[in-house]
Ligand binder design. Structure first.
Ligand code: SF4
Length: 440
């Protein structure tokens, strides 16, 4: 008797049809989808942080951001019970072997998120002799979250990307994750302390640092225009604008461009979008307080000698009072063209009732919190800012503590320490109790 003819396989359902069935309470799924769904919603991170980024990671687990919504609130104190290693902070070379050891102690399937510039590349300490230039030299990283530090929302976004990645994995075949491959997942090499560096300096199975070509054969670095050139191109585009190059006489000679409030937003957009500049990144925005100050100016004039001798140079000194103002200062770089910084300044009319300048947050999103900080601490009002509230101090707090003439009130809890300056201040503020304080 011959075998019956195989019945034709049912036609595959489209995603829309499956969604429609789901809405009616009918769940059609396969083992792979179910397995990936379960794993992606129960990623338990290791309770482990390294530096400032860890504070943001901790915030992500608190009520406001609530990582529990993603099934990842169970921060495990033991690597044996964790699926996710969040490298949140600077990895020093001294710490790197311990980090790799923790990773090796975590059971598969496991994942790694490099959170922040330090974990990705060494960040602000990249040039340091003691800082690892990226944890992915030793550990396979699934998700990179840029920022210094990335905010909790960025971590949650990274977690959602990780969930997406897990849901897209196969449980068989060559695309299967490493722990389902023949032979299982190998342990990562734990580096040892060598004479001047870690040995090996990276795990070639995992780490692929960028190849830097130096000297001959290196791509030419395009020098950025000078501030004068940038200024003249801005003026060609916005002839009505007022722009001044403010010289910095210090050794750094970091000169800056002072722009007027009317054209500030348009100039900022120009700097961001101009193909030669592409200043796509504002690394820092801050405030500066310039109280009214007296400056001495000297002028030299040549006068004829009444006795008929050679002309004389007479120097006249005059004192002039410069009224006070506040400045918002922005440091701009081009990540695309690898140049910068261009330092931009906006100046208020005074320090009292003309303290508004346009917000540059709509141009560079990274200004948002830093403009809020300048608003809070210096009292600069940023028109058009999406959420201008105090940042460090509470709304009811009076005054702006970074102003140079700010005087702390006497009615807050204040504990003097026995240093000369502080003690003198304490005597002034608390004459009665200061008598009992032993002299320094
Ligand atoms: S990336 Fe920035 S915030 Fe994060 S650890 Fe490094 S220095 Fe700190």
């Amino acid at each position: 008797m011959s075998d019956p003819a195989p019945s034709p396989s049912p036609p595959a359902l489209s995603a829309a049809e499956r969604d429609e069935l789901r809405r009616h309470g009918i769940l059609l799924t396969g083992l792979e989808e179910l397995y990936n769904w379960g794993r992606s919603h129960s990623v338990w991170p290791l309770q482990f942080g390294l530096a400032c980024c860890a504070i943001e990671m901790i915030a992500a687990s608190m009520a406001r951001f609530d990582i529990a919504r993603f099934g990842s609130e169970v921060f495990r104190p033991s690597p044996r019970q964790a699926d996710l290693l969040i490298i949140s902070g600077t990895v020093t070379k001294k710490m790197a072997p311990q980090v790799v050891r923790l990773w090796n102690q975590m059971p598969e399937p496991k994942y790694c998120i490099a959170m922040g510039a330090c974990a990705i590349s060494g960040g602000p300490f990249k040039q340091g002799y003691n800082v690892l230039k990226g944890i992915d030299r030793y550990i396979p990283v699934d998700i990179y979250i840029p920022g210094c530090p990335p905010r909790p929302e960025a971590l949650l976004h990274g977690l959602m990307e990780l969930q997406k990645k897990i849901r897209g994995q196969s449980i068989s075949g060559p695309e299967a994750p490493r722990h389902l491959q023949a032979g299982g997942a190998p342990e990562c090499t734990v580096p040892e302390f060598g004479k001047n560096d870690l040995e090996p300096p990276l795990n070639p199975e995992v780490g692929k640092p960028p190849t830097l070509v130096r000297g001959e054969g290196a791509p030419p670095l395009v020098a950025m225009e000078t501030l004068e050139e940038i200024r003249s191109r801005i003026l060609t585009r916005f002839p009505e604008a007022t722009i001044e190059v403010v010289a910095n006489p210090g050794p750094a000679a970091q000169h800056s461009l002072l722009i007027d409030a009317v054209h500030a937003r348009a100039i900022a957009e120009f700097l961001r979008d101009d193909p030669q500049l592409r200043l796509d990144y504002c690394s820092n925005a801050t405030g500066v307080d310039w109280p009214a100050r007296e400056i001495e100016e000297s002028t030299k004039t040549t006068v004829p000698d009444p006795a008929g001798g050679p002309d004389k140079v007479v120097e006249q000194k005059k004192k002039r009072t410069v009224p006070g103002y506040l400045e918002a200062v922005y440091h701009l770089y081009s990540v695309a063209l690898r140049h910068g910084p261009v330092v931009l300044r906006q100046r208020t009319g005074n320090r009292t009732d003309q303290v508004t300048v346009p917000s540059l947050t709509p141009v560079w999103r990274s200004c948002e919190f830093q403009e809020r900080e300048a608003f809070d601490l210096f009292g600069i009002v940023f028109a058009g800012h999406p959420d201008l509230r105090r940042l460090l101090m509470w709304e009811e707090f009076k005054d702006h503590p970074m102003r140079k003439d700010y005087v702390p009130p006497d009615d807050f809890e204040w504990e003097p320490t026995p240093h000369g300056d502080v003690l003198a201040k304490a005597r002034q503020h608390y004459p009665a109790s200061a008598k009992e304080t032993p002299a320094s």
